[in-house]
Design a protein around this ligand. Structure first.
Ligand code: GLA
Length: 739
């Protein structure tokens, strides 16, 4: 044997012997359907389709398929895994995310499932994993093992999917039983100092002793700007807690790293996070009128518009040129009434307080089109999921009214989970016990000058398996109108049971046309939001059939992968955005989200959140806040109240940005604005800080004389039409170019 071959063999043996984990990314087989036989290791899956578990099954030949699917993988689990581990108790299998219900089997033994009771169809999107004792006879050490996963998808994307590193089998390590808990909020009374409590904790039988290292680095220079080391000992119910205080910070991105090193095993636990930093300048005490420059309603329908304005209270509102039929409440700025004559009415708005007057020219357009600029509001789903209730919606409405409506935010939308199990005797849809009086809730929201939204499905059931509107469309539309509903999100879901297996475009349109006709029979403007995840390339036709907005994707979650892969893949839909009709890449995932009773801080870093809001603004997307507004922190509030950023989203031209430059590590988007100026987003999509020089001449933008940093609301200097900007990883520079 040649020496080099021997060396290569030894390397392979060594690599196997010291394997700490087994990647479970490649070699998967898949089929749609359902059979208990498919959990059996002896089953022959050779004829099944090979599938990439990084992507949903929709993306791999099963477009629009909802229902059961099975995945199988053959894998050798080497005993060296156990031998080389510090702790030898448990093996963890991680298989990305399951959408929705899942059950994981190893060699025919059920290891874990994510649904309650015996109904796999009640599962929800979440991590797919299993933990098992190393003594469990289900594991065949050093032999062929079969992992089988049964999935049930209720709608939208389905199957297993995730990032490569999420598909793994590994031994639990001593530090796997410990956790650095950074869930607490940052305190920052001013821009410069920041403090936060962090815990290192365990709920295992192990006792830990070691050191906790804390460092703060400036990603622009990689310089360490602060470090602190503490002895840290902890055990179950005795967490180690430490409060860190930082001073003299600039309003920019910093990287905070916490590292615990366990004395006994030498193992490390590392957690990184990014400090919040506020870019939006403080709202002026002087009056300022915000929001779009136009508002559309249909003739003869109830009119409701609250003039968004900020400044020290009390504010006094005046409007000249109001069309006949409308009246203004001078103390609140709410305009109500009805206008019968179609026309574009130019009006002059003045808002004054003790410090001055703000003036704005504004158009009230009475005609066929509503939603002339993207919807700005809140929706219950990303915060509360199916556990939405009357009180939670009222908290949202009150907070929008107090903190956000001055910047143009107006919709308060209930998503799935409000419907009763059965219709009333007359067939009318009725709310469940969580919503005792829908009309009273609607009156409360309207009383704040805000708009009220609701949710249903064209199918017999919604995605959350509540009642849908199938064959009750006229009746439901009329019920909504009676309640005073201003917005309907209409979600395909169990219409999948009614539609043919591979619907034609006409078949995709059909249920949405039926409800459109029903809405048109009511005497109300009800903004119509289509939710069918972009099936049949809905952006090509959803506007024509009367959709005011339409989802272009499956559901978003609060990760960079989810947000960026949705947000940066909207180019196909871009030409279809126009006043009254907008692409909807799904709701916002900033603030405290949770899809249920427990909320957590979004897993997006502050930089990623600036990217999220900037990108959605450039895309002229609806901005529907998806967090618990009862827990609105300072960072999130500032993120949502930058009037110059919102003005890009609300520009009356209604255009969606085009991508003008694509590099491996950064992207440039440009959005045309109605006055000839342009909004430009430079997005650093790489994992490192980037210094980027943009040659405006090369992008055809050389003729602009004023360049404004929109988040900071400051003009920037230009050097020979070259713009230099330093952008942290996953962050953005958002500019407005004008003359
Ligand atoms: C689907 C939609 C979500 C939400 C849920 C409610 O998943 O895409 O936005 O409305 O249904 O069940």
């Amino acid at each position: 044997m040649k020496k080099s071959i021997l060396l290569a063999l030894l390397l392979v043996v060594f690599a196997t012997a010291s394997a700490q984990n087994i990647p479970l990314l490649k070699g998967w087989k898949f089929t749609t359907g359902d059979s208990p036989e498919w959990a059996n290791p002896a089953f022959n899956d050779q004829n099944w389709q090979a599938i990439n578990v990084q992507k949903s099954w929709e993306a791999q030949g099963h477009q629009n398929y909802d229902g059961f699917g099975w995945y199988r993988l053959h894998v050798v689990i080497p005993s060296s895994l156990k031998a080389s581990a510090y702790l030898k108790d448990s093996l963890r299998i991680e298989l990305g995310h399951a959408d929705d219900g899942y059950a994981v089997y190893l060699n025919g033994h059920l290891l874990n499932q994510n649904f309650k009771g015996d109904n796999i169809q009640k599962g929800r999107y979440g991590p797919c994993k299993a933990l098992l004792a190393t003594q469990n006879p289900a594991i065949l050490w050093d032999k062929d093992n079969v992992i089988a996963v049964r999935i049930f998808d209720t709608g939208g994307d389905g199957g297993l999917y995730g990032e490569p590193k999420q598909f793994n089998a590994e031994m639990l390590d001593v530090v796997d039983y410990a956790r650095i808990n950074t869930d607490g909020d940052f305190d920052y009374s001013d821009q410069k100092s920041l403090s936060k409590s962090v815990k290192v904790e365990t709920n295992s039988q192990y006792q830990y002793k070691g050191k906790l290292y804390f460092t703060v680095t400036d990603p622009a220079t990689d310089k360490l700007i602060y470090s602190k080391t503490d002895d840290a000992a902890f055990a179950t119910k005795k967490a180690f807690e430490k409060r860190y205080e930082l001073k003299d910070l600039a309003p920019k991105s910093y990287t905070l790293t916490y590292t615990f090193i366990d004395d006994r095993s030498g193992k490390k636990l590392i957690k990184t996070e990014h400090a919040p930093y506020i870019l939006t300048p403080e709202t002026s005490k002087k009056p300022r009128i915000n929001g779009a420059d136009i508002y559309g309603q249909q003739p003869g329908h109830p009119f409701l518009y609250k003039i968004p304005a900020t400044g020290v209270k009390p504010l006094k509102f005046e409007v000249s040129g109001l069309p006949q039929g409308l009246t203004l409440d001078k103390a609140t700025g709410v305009i109500t009434g009805t206008v019968t004559k179609r026309a574009a009415y130019p009006v002059q708005i003045n808002v004054s307080n003790s410090l001055g007057v703000a003036r704005k020219k504004f158009i009230i357009k009475i005609g066929d089109e509503i939603g002339l600029t993207p919807a700005l509001g809140w929706n219950s789903w990303n915060a509360f999921g199916l556990s939405v209730n009357d009180a939670r919606v009222r908290v949202a409405a009150k907070n929008i009214s107090d903190k956000l409506s001055g910047h143009g935010w107006s919709y308060v939308n209930i998503d799935d989970g409000w419907e009763a199990e059965k219709r009333g005797d007359d067939g009318a849809i009725v709310p469940n016990e969580k919503f005792p009086d829908m009309k009273a809730l609607s009156d409360y929201i309207h009383g704040l000058g805000l708009k009220f939204g609701i949710y249903s499905s064209p199918g017999p059931m919604t995605c959350g398996r509540y009642l849908g509107s199938y064959q009750h469309e006229d009746q439901d539309a009329q019920t909504y109108a009676n309640w005073g509903v201003d917005y309907l999100k209409y979600d395909w879901c169990y219409y999948g049971d009614i539609a043919p297996a591979s619907p034609t475009i006409d078949e995709y349109k059909k249920p949405y046309q039926v409800m459109r006709a029903s809405l048109d029979k009511t005497n109300r403007d009800i903004f119509y939001s289509l939710c069918q995840y972009g099936m049949g390339e809905s952006w090509n036709w959803a506007g024509e059939i009367g959709g005011n907005s339409w989802r272009t994707t499956g559901d978003i979650v609060d990760t960079w992968t989810s947000m960026s892969s949705i947000g940066f893949n909207q180019l196909m839909a871009s030409p279809h955005a126009r006043p009254g009709h907008f692409n909807d890449p799904d709701m916002l995932i900033v603030g405290k989200v949770g899809w249920g009773d427990n909320q957590h801080n979004t897993r997006l870093t502050p930089d990623e959140q600036y990217t999220h809001i900037s990108l959605w603004s450039l895309l002229a997307s609806p901005l529907l806040i998806g967090c618990d507004l009862g827990q609105l922190d300072r960072f999130t509030l500032n993120l949502l109240t930058n009037d110059e950023v919102l003005a890009i989203n609300q520009d009356i031209l209604g255009k969606q940005a085009a991508r003008v430059l694509t590099k491996d590590d950064y992207l440039i988007y440009v959005k045309d604005l109605h006055d000839g100026s342009k909004a430009v987003g430079i997005f650093n999509i790489s994992d490192n800080y980037k210094n980027i020089t943009v040659d405006l001449n090369n992008l055809g933008l050389g003729h602009f004389t004023t360049i404004r940093d929109v988040w900071r609301q400051k003009n920037l200097a230009l050097n020979n039409k070259a713009l230099k900007t330093g952008i942290p990883s996953h962050a953005v520079t958002l500019l407005k170019l004008s003359n």
